[in-house]
Design a protein around this ligand. Structure first.
Ligand code: DX5
Ligand code: ZN
Length: 218
């Protein structure tokens, strides 16, 4: 079953409560992009927002850490209510240790790959993770275009996971919306993260409803 996760990076933060209400019952989780201005060129938000979200929704909160040395903050985000923590292979010197630390805290561990990072970097870590996130844009900003060659990368990862008979999710993040969601899912993704594709749509709620229907029929 394909899961849908709106990214609040593209939501109107002044009206976050209303934005959340629009999508809550149609979403499987809420995606929070934490950026430090070092690992990625942008600075977004951090702990206070995760705390507020936890107080205001029962949806699982996925915290995508686009920060240098993410191990420093994993425990804090879990204590604030994150249900899964996502770290980049490019940001972790001891990736296995990072993943084990996340799991020890009782939440799911996802590892993320930038577009130019090859799937071979997952070789040794794959059996330990709950999911893999393939970035389909260069991380840092919402509203960018899906990089077309990432479609084949999704297919390859799906094959890799099937061949090893692993039970892990394949998430994709960046440039996903109504126009390509189906193709991305067909390539093998089963968790679609969407920022501008949902929150910048004319009607976020109707957009999500249509997406839900799209995958329900299959
Ligand atoms: C980008 C973030 C994404 C972002 C996606 O660095 O990781 O989660 O919100 O935005 P869209 O869906 O607009 O490409
Ligand atoms: Zn993200």
């Amino acid at each position: 079953m394909v899961k849908l996760s709106p990214s609040i990076l593209s939501a109107n933060l002044m009206r976050l409560e209303d934005e959340l209400k629009k999508v809550e019952d149609l979403s499987d989780s809420i995606h929070v992009d934490v950026m430090d201005g070092l690992f990625v060129p942008n600075i977004s938000f951090g702990m206070p927002l995760v705390k507020l979200l936890r107080e205001n929704t029962t949806l699982p909160i996925d915290v995508h850490l686009m920060i240098v040395d993410p191990d420093r903050y994993v425990k804090t985000f879990v204590e604030l209510g994150a249900n899964s923590v996502w770290v980049h292979v490019e940001a972790c010197t001891h990736l296995h240790r990072s993943v084990e630390n996340i799991k020890k805290l009782g939440v799911q561990a996802f590892v993320c790959l930038n577009p130019a990072t090859p799937l071979s970097s997952l070789e040794e870590i794959l059996p330990y993770v709950d999911g893999v996130l393939l970035m389909t844009v260069n991380p840092g900003f919402g509203g960018q275009r899906f990089i077309p060659t990432m479609m084949e990368k999704i297919r390859k990862l799906r094959r890799m996971v099937s061949e090893r008979e692993l039970d892990i999710r394949i998430a994709v993040d960046g440039g996903i919306g109504e126009s390509n969601a189906k193709e991305v899912a067909k390539a093998g993704a089963d968790l679609l993260i969407m920022g501008s594709g949902v929150f910048n749509a004319d009607n976020p709620r109707e957009t999500l409803k249509r997406l839900r229907l799209l995958f329900h029929r299959e």
